[in-house]
Design a protein around this ligand. Structure first.
Ligand SMILES: Cc1cc2nc3c(=O)[nH]c(=O)nc-3n(C[C@H](O)[C@H](O)[C@H](O)COP(=O)(O)O)c2cc1C
Length: 180
């Protein structure tokens, strides 16, 4: 059901991305029209599901930058949720390395003042890398709501992740808050 409020749901290649249909449906029940963007690796993981996700959202799934002259196939974003956000994608976003469509959109959206929420999906070993804390600080200082720790994703020990416990409800609630 098309609505005026458009959520860009942008996923990178961590296991919670493998089960996005219920997240899209929940966002739609919250009144969002959802456009789904994926990093190239996430799109590869979901290759067999992309047609179904396009039917569900009613929009093409995007995973690459437009070619020059190619029209933008999505309506303008009211807000964006980048989740699950990998170590690679979060660091790329913070450092401004925009070779993927998802990171390119998210980087530009800071300057366009589009409300942005992200929820990492990283284990405690990646969390300990010195760049990670800096990337989170950079994104927060730029106005991005980062759901890490008590109000969002709690990093697991390596090999102990449970994608079914990924707190999508917290992410969708934060997106609702972001546009109030
Ligand atoms: C089964 C599997 C699970 C993974 N889980 C995670 C994860 O939870 N967090 C993470 O940062 N990377 C994880 N990775 C590694 C990323 O997929 C990899 O760094 C990839 O290059 C990320 O690309 P993207 O950020 O462009 O999506 C996982 C890889 C595999 C194969």
């Amino acid at each position: 059901m098309p609505t005026d409020r458009v959520l860009y749901l942008l996923g990178s290649a961590a296991p919670p991305v493998l089960d996005l249909a219920p997240v899209v449906e929940q966002a739609q029940a919250d009144g969002w029209s959802v456009c789904l963007g994926l990093t190239p690796t996430a799109a590869d993981w979901l290759a067999g599901d992309l047609a179904g996700l396009e039917r569900l959202t009613g929009h093409p799934v995007r995973s690459r930058h437009r070619r020059p002259g190619e029209p933008d196939v999505w309506p303008p974003a009211t807000a964006a949720l980048l989740a699950p956000a990998t170590f690679n994608t979060l660091n790329s976003w913070a450092l401004g390395l925009t070779s993927s469509f998802v990171v390119g959109f998210a980087a530009e959206a800071i300057g366009k003042r589009i409300p942005l929420v992200t929820m990492p999906c990283v284990n405690s070993a990646l969390l300990a890398h010195p760049q990670f804390e800096q990337s989170i600080a950079v994104l927060r200082s730029a106005g991005v709501r980062v759901l890490l720790g008590d109000d969002g994703f709690v990093p697991n020990t390596p090999g102990q992740g449970n994608p079914r416990a990924y707190p999508w409800n917290a992410a969708l609630a934060a997106v609702r808050d972001a546009i109030i």
